[in-house]
Design a protein around this ligand. Structure first.
Ligand SMILES: [Fe+2]
Ligand SMILES: [Fe+2]
Length: 260
């Protein structure tokens, strides 16, 4: 996804995204359901493009051991997320959907299978660095607990999607489709190839999110709830991701995106 004109001109400028959950009825209902869904998509995508753009960072040379331990921690967190954010949320979506949504339920089941493969990809990469995912012993950073809480507390399949497929999964797609992706500079080729391999599966997952959002965005209340779930999740996710990138050997030189 291309950056906005404004970002191209001002890569150092703070990205400001609209807080749709605080918008009044007239403003929020001016969109068709499809337009509203696209607004949520672009909000997440702009945030991903901003967070992962290497022009927002300065590089610091780390001792090899410090880099290795930060990388292992990052990959263990990713393995944990593939497992928990890639199975529980989708299983609940399948359960909450009505019988009539057979096709979408099958697509979500297929997603669970993909996410388990992603877990294995990270497990393999960890072994290359002499480590294991050990997700049952993984100590969750407090911010990750907050992210999980947003998904667990979501009450409908659409709301779960707003904090999962239509939030984190959109942001992660910027890891590979951004020309200036910071990960190309922080990871070795084998790990980056593994990330490309995982990201190949993502477009159908984001499409699952799109279709779940479209199922429940007719009313003002629906839209507010979906917007709020996405905002909360993205707000926490930004903090976690910037912290992780910084630990891998850089300094953030522009503010983290904000909702206004
Ligand atoms: Fe995944
Ligand atoms: Fe996925």
């Amino acid at each position: 996804m291309a950056m906005t004109e404004d970002q191209i001109r001002n890569p150092e400028k703070t990205l400001v995204e609209p807080t749709y959950s605080k918008w009044d009825k007239d403003r929020l209902m001016q969109f068709t359901p499809n337009e509203f869904m696209q607004k949520l998509y672009h909000r997440a995508k702009n945030i991903g493009d901003d967070l992962y753009d290497d022009r927002g960072y300065e590089f610091i040379t780390l001792e090899p051991e410090a880099y290795k331990s930060a990388l292992i921690l990052y990959m263990r967190r990713r393995a944990w997320s593939e497992w928990y954010f890639g199975t529980v949320a989708q299983a609940r979506e399948i359960t909450l959907l009505p019988e009539s949504q057979v096709n979408l339920k099958l697509r979500l089941a297929r997603q669970i299978q993909d996410e388990m493969r992603h877990y294995d990809v990270f497990a393999q990469q960890l072994r290359r660095y002499g480590a294991e995912p050990r997700i049952s012993e993984f100590e969750l950073p407090p911010i990750l607990i907050q992210m999980q809480k947003v998904q667990v507390e979501a009450q409908t399949a659409s709301e779960i999607a707003a904090a999962n497929q239509f939030a984190g999964e959109i942001v992660l797609s910027s890891m590979t489709d951004l020309e200036t992706s910071i990960f190309k500079r922080l990871f070795d080729k084998e790990l980056m190839d593994a990330i490309y391999d995982i990201e190949k599966d993502e477009p159908p997952h984001i499409a699952n999110g799109r279709d779940l959002i479209l199922l429940e965005c007719e009313t003002f209340e629906d839209r507010r709830r979906l917007a709020e779930a996405q905002e909360k999740y993205l707000g926490y996710m930004m903090q976690l991701h910037v912290t992780e990138i910084v630990k891998l050997g850089c300094k953030r030189i522009k503010p983290v995106p904000i909702f206004e």
